[in-house]
Write a protein that binds this ligand. Structure first.
Ligand code: HEM
Length: 329
């Protein structure tokens, strides 16, 4: 890494929630030769089935809402730096979003004080790298909340029959621009995702309408990128040219663990995104069946998806690289 810090790709081995997420029943029932989907950290949500968009929602244990691991201090330092240097890129809020965000902040503080009290400290007055005291009343509450956790935080509120993004602090977006999404509906937010509106807009909207306070959920998104950089705030720059090279070290497996929950007072929906990045080789080395499953899935990727994901030119070399691993599975 150019700045000499620990590469982001390192797995959070000391993750406090290693065994946290129960294996969902839906996955258990469907066990096949690609049955080794990993649904706890480090997440490996690849099952070898043909590429498709899915809601992929799992019931979330509220006691495992947010994940804390050994990267916390460096993640929070990075967030603080981004807020300082690129505030308008990582924060977007609409007037009127303060109430729901304040409710989110209370929930985050309550969660941390219940599950990770030591992180707040006895004299805690606000967020920031552990030990720093900042006035919690200053600034927008979505920022205050975001500085306490490794997750990115988004608040959606129901307005005029539509769910809209009204406040967010997103330091680690996966090639999208937060400013372009502010005020957008689910439809507008997902506009660039091939097939989303046809396949998932209806189910996602229904899900938002019906989500209850006591039934939070989580889901996972994954992708392959040529970088372990967490802060990728522009849609451009998706690579179109890949060489044979050593894809095991030049490609990064990026997983977003996302949670969705309804806030009891404001009725807003909170969407959290925790991003994990590991070198592809690391995942192939440590996850039996992964290379074969990934190869099977990647073989079904359509040109529009390849273009969206930045995988044009990658599919063939990757297929060859994965073949050298999958024979061991
Ligand atoms: C049930 C709820 C949701 C589902 C099923 C869902 C699903 C998806 C899927 C499948 C993708 C494509 C990911 C990829 O292949 O790289 C995506 C992208 C994305 N989602 Fe969602 N999502 C949901 C909720 C949300 C919410 C609440 C937000 C709020 C910010 C959001 C923001 C995004 C963004 C920004 C992208 C990238 C779009 C782009 O490239 O410009 N999603 N989502």
């Amino acid at each position: 890494m150019a700045d000499g810090s620990v590469p982001r790709g390192r797995v959070p081995w000391n993750n406090l929630h290693r065994s946290c997420c129960a294996f969902p029943r839906a996955v258990r029932r469907r066990r096949t030769r690609h049955d080794r989907v990993v649904t706890g950290p480090p997440y490996v949500p690849v099952d070898g089935r043909p590429w498709h968009l899915s809601m992929g929602l799992h019931r979330l244990d509220p006691d495992r809402w947010l994940e804390v691991d050994g990267q916390r201090e460096s993640d929070l330092r990075r967030k603080a730096r981004l807020l300082d240097e690129a505030h308008d890129t990582v924060v977007a809020t609409l007037p009127g979003s303060e109430r729901a965000s304040a409710e989110l902040l209370r929930l985050v503080v309550g969660y941390l004080s219940t599950h990770h009290a030591a992180l707040l400290g006895g004299d805690w007055q606000g967020p920031g790298p552990v030990g720093t005291v900042i006035d919690a009343t200053a600034g927008h509450a979505v920022v205050t909340a975001s500085l306490l956790v490794q997750e990115d935080l988004c608040v959606l509120e129901h307005d005029d029959g539509t769910w809209r993004l009204t406040a967010a602090c997103v330091c680690f977006p996966s090639r999208w621009s937060l400013t372009e999404k502010l005020g957008q509906s689910l439809d507008g937010i997902h506009g660039p995702v091939p097939g989303f509106n046809a396949a998932l807009l209806g189910p996602a909207t229904t899900f938002f309408d019906r989500l209850t306070v006591d039934r939070p959920v989580w889901r996972a998104n994954w992708t392959l990128l040529e970088t372990d950089e967490l802060h990728l705030p522009t849609a451009s720059g998706r690579l179109a040219g890949w060489s044979e090279g050593d894809l095991g070290s030049s490609l990064w497996f990026r997983v977003e663990r996302q949670t969705l929950r309804r806030l009891p007072l404001s009725g807003a929906v909170v969407f959290t995104i925790r991003t994990y990045v590991r070198p592809l080789r690391d995942v192939a080395d440590t996850s039996p069946g992964f290379a074969l499953a990934l190869r099977d899935t990647m073989r079904t990727v359509t040109p529009d998806v390849a273009a969206y994901k930045g995988w044009v030119g990658l599919l063939e070399p990757l297929d060859r690289w994965l073949a050298t691993w999958s024979h061991d599975d």
